[in-house]
Write a protein that binds this ligand. Structure first.
Ligand SMILES: [Zn+2]
Ligand SMILES: [Zn+2]
Length: 438
């Protein structure tokens, strides 16, 4: 036991000592790449594309990779682009960026603001990079340019993916199904960023364990016996049954789960009926569920089924006409950061931006499909890192006014592009060199 502790301490000392010599080189390289990455970011910001429509964006990412010297595979499982860079013996590090934008009308007033529109299920909608994926792509490109410039510092492979459709949670799954881990080197580590407007530029946020929640969608179809609104006694009203179900669903989290077991049950849509004087025979509801463990989500779904059936039985519906609960198989699993890899990242990032700029963040109930890369049979350790994106000046000004920065998906998302990208390149370059140093 003592021996083991001592030897691990020695390894730590040696690693930090060797790594410290690289820090100045990494910082200078990040400084050098920031201008290029910032221009790329402005171009991507002005030209956003919706999920599954990332045609021009993926072409641009592929040509960036080719310019740097990667072997490139285009249109992998859709619009995703895969790059491989081989640099001698050693482990493989995977870096992922997402590429898609959102149907949001930009109101930032930036001179490179988006005025693009796109077709969304037959409607023309405004499109904006309102989730920072433009910053992810530029930071990713800047990091790869740095790593190739500094290739004498490390030995191993880079497997990189510019992934389609993060916002629809399709992209990661499709890349895995298309053979990401069978056609290319299996990564020993996988890393990604997401910008975070609640953190300042120069900071990153990190934790081992749960980072983003799992997401499941459930549809409930409630049946009734329809008829004239003036003769309720001749009908069984599915709107009343559905109302009871909505109310009772609120007790799942508050009464059935442990207070220390986080979950969300939200009924986001409910549709039934056509006219004031007609009792319909069907009501449809759509729910989003959020969770961090398989055990929790199993309990939540069982409770939804029980509560729905009970409400219909109470109203007198027969057993063959109880509500149908459909659980969408296209789920987004939770993002669970590998503890050891997260500790490594904290170590490397501390050397570059200082331990005081690494914020321990709390798990979020939103979803991110990056978690899928860590849940395949290859058991790849993953780490998703929050990248601070609000300038300290703006943060201080907002704070003085009692306000918070515009959140992700907001039409006024206002990142400090240059400094976000610079810190992003520094820290990610340091992570990769730290993990596969020569
Ligand atoms: Zn988003
Ligand atoms: Zn996002």
């Amino acid at each position: 036991m003592k021996l083991k502790l001592l030897s691990s301490l020695l390894v730590m000392v040696v690693q930090t000592g060797v790594f410290a010599q690289s820090v100045e080189i990494i910082k200078a390289e990040a400084e050098k790449q920031t201008g290029y990455a910032l221009e790329l970011c402005k171009h991507l910001h002005a030209n956003p594309e919706l999920s599954f429509q990332e045609f021009e964006t993926s072409k641009r990412m592929a040509s960036e990779l080719e310019q740097i010297g990667f072997e490139v595979t285009r249109n992998f499982g859709g619009n995703s682009v895969i790059g491989v860079f081989r640099n001698g013996d050693g482990p493989t590090v995977m870096l992922r960026t997402d590429m898609d934008a959102l149907p949001v009308e930009e109101k930032t007033g930036f001179d490179f603001a988006s005025i693009k529109t796109a077709d969304l299920n037959g409607d023309e909608v405004a499109v904006m990079h309102a989730c920072g994926h433009d910053i992810h792509m530029s930071t990713w490109t800047g990091t790869l340019r740095s790593l190739v410039d500094l290739k004498d510092e490390w030995s191993g492979n880079l497997l990189v993916i510019a992934q389609q459709a993060e916002e629809y949670s399709g992209g990661a799954g499709q890349a895995i199904e298309a053979g990401l881990f069978s056609k290319f080197p299996v990564p020993d580590y996988a890393l990604a960023y997401h910008i975070n407007p609640e953190l300042e530029t120069g900071q990153i946020g990190l934790r081992g364990g749960p980072v983003f929640a799992g997401v499941k969608t459930v549809e409930i179809t409630v049946y009734g016996v329809g008829g004239h609104g003036a003769y309720p006694q001749k009908c069984i009203d599915p709107i009343v049954i559905a109302s009871r179900i909505v109310t009772d669903l609120q007790t799942i989290v508050s009464r059935e789960l442990s207070p220390t077991e986080p979950a969300v049950v939200t009924v986001g849509s409910i549709h039934g009926g056509t006219r004031p004087n007609i009792i319909p025979d069907e009501v449809k509801m759509e729910l989003t569920l959020r969770y961090f463990s398989d055990e929790t989500i199993k309990k939540v779904i069982a409770a939804i089924e029980r509560i729905s059936a009970a409400a219909a039985k109470t109203a007198g519906m027969p057993d063959d006409k109880l509500p149908k609960v459909f659980v969408d198989p296209a789920e987004t699993p939770p993002v669970l950061n590998d503890n050891e890899l997260s500790a490594d990242v904290i170590g490397f990032a501390s050397d570059v931006i200082g331990a005081e700029n690494i914020i321990e963040t709390q798990p979020e109930m939103v979803g991110e499909d990056f978690g899928k890369y860590g849940l395949t049979p290859e058991d790849v350790p993953i780490c998703l890192i929050w990248l601070g994106s609000t300038s300290p000046e703006l943060m201080a000004k907002l704070k003085a006014e009692g306000l918070r920065p515009s959140p992700l998906h907001s039409p006024t998302l206002t990142p400090d592009y240059e400094n976000t990208i610079k810190t992003g390149i520094e820290v990610m370059t340091a992570n990769v060199i730290g993990l596969i140093k020569k």
